[in-house]
Design a protein around this ligand. Structure first.
Ligand code: ADP
Ligand code: MG
Length: 232
């Protein structure tokens, strides 16, 4: 029963967030719709057009960012937990984010020293790591982000270390709370989504950070042994 209540609570939180996220997406889209109607109905000076186009593009970026940070999290009910090939998953994430890292002159590396599978949903796990690594890249222009994975006891420990701007105590505390962002086009959803996915995988996450030095995310997930090993 305890387990079920926890699951219900999780679903309740998820659907509350889903409702507020759809609200957050509706606002910018409504603004863009209004602007397009204005364009159709009114003769506007070139200057005015330019300004309003800027506003519309900004609003659309906001909506797109919210969708990208939230994407897989929004459909938790079709989660399929299975053993994941950690090396393959992490390399996939790195290949997706390498162009983004290059754009900000960030060196992005991955080293995997464990061939133990962990239990999770591939799409969600990737979303989780993408959200965290994306933040590290955004904090570290001209620096580096290094990802590693290693077995420690019964767990696989993944470390994401950056050489970025870091966070103070207060900022670390607020990390993972919905809509907390220090960025102009931030959603404040990326970290919250990442932490929820780790929790759903029975993992833990630890953050170490120092202003102007960098940040470390340490994620620990239990290894998924094949059933045959549990019996013997
Ligand atoms: P967003 O990236 O849209 O702002 P997130 O939830 O992904 O929202 O991150 C919330 C905030 O946490 C960021 O705005 C930033 O201030 C801080 N943050 C997250 N990761 C890092 C990091 N690696 N280095 C420094 N600050 C970070
Ligand atoms: Mg982010």
């Amino acid at each position: 029963i305890q387990m079920e209540l926890q699951e219900i609570e999780k679903m309740r939180v998820i659907s509350q967030i889903a409702a507020s996220v759809s609200h957050e997406i509706r606002n910018p889209l409504t603004t863009v719709k209004g602007l397009l109607q204005l364009f159709r109905e009114k003769e506007l000076s070139a200057d005015k057009r330019e300004n309003l186009t800027e506003v519309a593009l900004h609003e659309l970026s906001t909506a797109i960012n919210i969708i990208s940070d939230y994407l897989t999290f929004a459909k938790p009910q079709i989660t399929k937990m299975m053993p994941l090939d950690l090396g393959a998953e992490l390399r996939q994430v790195v290949s997706v984010l390498t162009p983004y890292a290059n754009m900000q002159q960030v060196t992005l590396t991955v080293t995997v020293d464990s061939d133990q599978p962990i239990l999770g949903d591939s799409q969600q796990f990737r979303q989780c790591i993408i959200n965290l690594v994306k933040n590290c890249i955004e904090a570290s222009s001209n620096g580096r982000v290094d990802i590693s994975a290693i077995m420690e006891g019964d767990a696989v420990v993944m470390r994401i270390q950056d050489t970025g701007c870091g966070m103070n105590e207060d900022q670390i505390q607020r990390l993972g709370t919905p809509y907390y962002s220090t960025k102009e086009k931030g959603t404040g959803l990326g970290t919250m989504v990442a932490f929820s996915i780790i929790r759903a995988m029975n993992g833990t996450v630890r953050v170490e950070s120092e202003v102007n030095k960098g940040t470390l995310f340490e994620i620990s997930c239990p290894v998924s042994y094949p059933d045959i090993m549990k019996i013997t």
